[in-house]
Ligand binder design. Sequence first.
Ligand code: MF3
Ligand code: CO
Ligand code: CO
Length: 265
Amino acid sequence: MLFGHRNLILAEVEQDHMRVAGRFNAKVMDFIRPHVLPGVTTGELDRMIEEFTRDHGHGLACLGYQGYPKSSCISVNEVVCHGIPDDYVLKEGDIANIDVTSIVDGWYGDQSETFLIGQVSEEARRVTQCAFDCLHLAIDAVFPGCRVAEIGKAIMKEAQLARFSVVREYVGHGIGRRFHQDPSVPHYPSRQSHTDILEPGMCFTIEPMINEGVRNTVQDEFDGWTVRTKDGKLSAQFEHTILMTDSGPEILTPTEDGPQKGHRF
Ligand code: MF3
Ligand code: CO
Ligand code: CO
């Protein structure tokens, strides 16, 4: 942020590239939505995401990223993030986060949603609602020239009200011609986030992971990816890619059919 900071500010034409990438990524999310039902495997959903993206001539950011083996992340129940799609069959009562990142002409769009599979417990519904509300409260909290810390403050406040916890090990991030870049966007007010500024022309994600129990996580020692809650309780997440403009934040990954701000699960 201190040095390469100017490179993070996109010119108008570059902002338009990010709009195109974000809009396509949202189309992937709208495409997969009707298939997210009890009885489907996470591996089948991943294959559909891959095929749809390739059919449109675009790239899959997750596939091969630091050795990641699949095209999307699908994180069920106590899985916080980076769940690897496999032959797991989604069942009534599960909550499943699908995180999709595509590459359109070299530009990245990144977003995720947590889906309720059929009827779920009140606690599962509540943690999903909280993650969704945290994302939108954070979007509403940012403005041109604000500190990144506004995001963490808004999210911590909402999570604490609901008596849930906020994951710290995984954060939002700058995004553009690279998947992950500065600034780091923690979902709690870190020291660095009090000095980092969101200038007009910057693109970044907000992607709060909200846990039913403790905030701590454990990474799977065998696959090296799957991140679970330390206490085995539920975790939910939503993510959008955002462009800061002169007049405020613009969601670059808006879905047509997905939950909109104010939605009640
Ligand atoms: N999409 C995730 C994010 O929001 C990153 C997944 S990286 C992967 O930043 F390698 F696990 F796919
Ligand atoms: Co992201
Ligand atoms: Co993501």
